[in-house]
Write a protein that binds this ligand. Structure first.
Ligand code: GLY
Length: 404
């Protein structure tokens, strides 16, 4: 982290405030304080090889080495990897570079309805989809041309359905899966507005979301297991870390939107509070490739996680504004992109803090989260609709209409 996050700082005996991609400084620090195991949270340090550098220094890392982390930081590579390994859930796609602008435009014409993505990392904000951020094919072509100035792009068929996140602990061979979660990417209520890192998320008691059937979950797990096996075969690197699968349930079956080499934000906040197994036992087993001997259990509860974000987020967020956190009731508070100075917590420009309600039903969990959010004061906004019955029912109806 490059600023002092009060939530993290409160949990630390010692901390280093530094850019997360300056590998040498991080490895020196980890060596100096004699840490046993490093758990790497975000994707940027994985993409520059932090796990490799820590392992070289004799520190086991939870987070894949650079070659395996490609799964997240090179979306073009991942689509080709899925194709050559016959991994199911692959949408129609094309990959184009700067010299292939005409071909990219032709492909948009051919597919007719597309999503356009930069191949590299964008914090989840680079994807644009026709019918949402791109009104028509001309807008899709213009966006493709704009992206091509600085990156390879992936153009894919625009998948229609409900999205599901499935996260797993992976020790290179074995996967331990968490309950399914659904994120909300759009900034405003009713799933409108620009894409964000994620405004909130929920899970239901058990492993399935209200609109899922058992086979959706089983198929997603099979895809993730196949990915871990094939990564080893292709890269000679064991995938050790968290594997995040983002899927979409469509009329054509389950499809892969993307993989991440880390927990989801906000989706991690739904699942870790439900973990009944000691996380240290899981982490240690991941370093000794014995995850299959640990009973990884999650309590059968629903959770709703809601973010509060600076007013104007994501386009014109209020930065450096003080916020005050009051009574959180039964909710859990997670500070996100805020910093503390002289006892006061300030916004940055990104998502500020999240609250999580846990209960037997999604509706009860939503009430706990929403009550806590009203006690975070400052120039902040949130999506009230996340976890409310109206939106959940819309998801159920949507899936019912697609399944017929
Ligand atoms: N919630 C999406 C992500 O973490 O990338």
């Amino acid at each position: 982290m490059s600023k002092k996050n009060p939530g993290i700082a409160n949990l630390c005996n010692d901390l280093l405030i530094n850019s997360e991609v300056e590998i040498e400084i991080i490895v020196q620090y980890a060596t100096r304080i004699g840490i046993d195991i490093a758990i790497i949270g975000p994707e940027a340090p994985l993409a520059v090889g932090l796990a490799d550098a820590l392992e070289n220094a004799g520190i086991p890392a939870i987070g894949p080495k650079r070659l395996a982390a490609k799964l997240e930081f090179d979306k073009a590579w991942t689509r080709k990897f899925m194709e050559r390994n016959n991994i199911s859930g692959l949408p129609a796609f094309g990959i184009f570079n700067k010299q292939e602008e005409n071909e990219a435009h032709q492909y948009i014409e051919e597919l007719g309805d597309v999503a356009v993505k930069p191949a590299g990392l964008t914090g989840g904000k680079g994807v644009k989809v026709m019918g949402d951020q791109l009104p028509d094919k001309d807008a899709a072509k213009a966006y493709a041309s704009e992206l091509l100035k600085s990156d390879v792009i992936v153009i894919e068929e625009n998948l229609k359905g409900e999205e599901v996140t499935i996260q797993a602990f992976v020790d290179g061979k074995h996967l331990a899966f968490a309950p399914s979660v659904q994120d909300h990417k759009r900034a405003y209520e009713g799933d409108l507005g620009p894409n964000t890192g994620g405004m909130g998320s929920y899970n239901d008691a058990g492993y399935l979301l209200p609109f899922m059937i058992e086979s959706d979950y089983t198929q997603a797990k099979e895809i993730m297991e196949q990915v871990v096996r094939k990564i080893k075969e292709e890269t000679m690197e064991e995938y050790r870390g968290i594997l995040y699968g983002q899927f979409i349930l469509t009329t054509g079956g389950i499809k892969v939107i993307e993989f991440n080499a880390r927990f989801g934000d906000p989706e991690v906040m739904n699942i870790l509070p439900l973990l009944e197994t000691d996380i240290i036992d899981i982490i240690e087993a991941m370093t000794t490739q014995t995850l299959d001997t640990v009973d990884v259990r999650f309590s059968s509860k629903a959770t709703v996680c809601k973010y509060c974000v600076p007013a104007g987020y994501p386009e014109d967020p209020v930065k450096d504004a003080p916020i005050e956190v009051g009574d959180m009731g039964d909710a859990i508070l997670f500070y996100s992109s805020v910093y503390e100075k002289e006892g006061v917590v300030y916004t940055t420009g990104s998502r500020a803090a999240a609250v999580v309600g846990i209960a037997d039903s999604i509706q009860e969990a939503e009430k706990i989260a929403q009550a806590a959010l009203t006690n975070i004061k400052g120039p902040l906004e949130c999506r009230q609709d996340i976890g409310k019955q109206l939106l959940i029912q819309k998801r159920i109806d949507h899936m019912q209409s697609l399944r017929g």
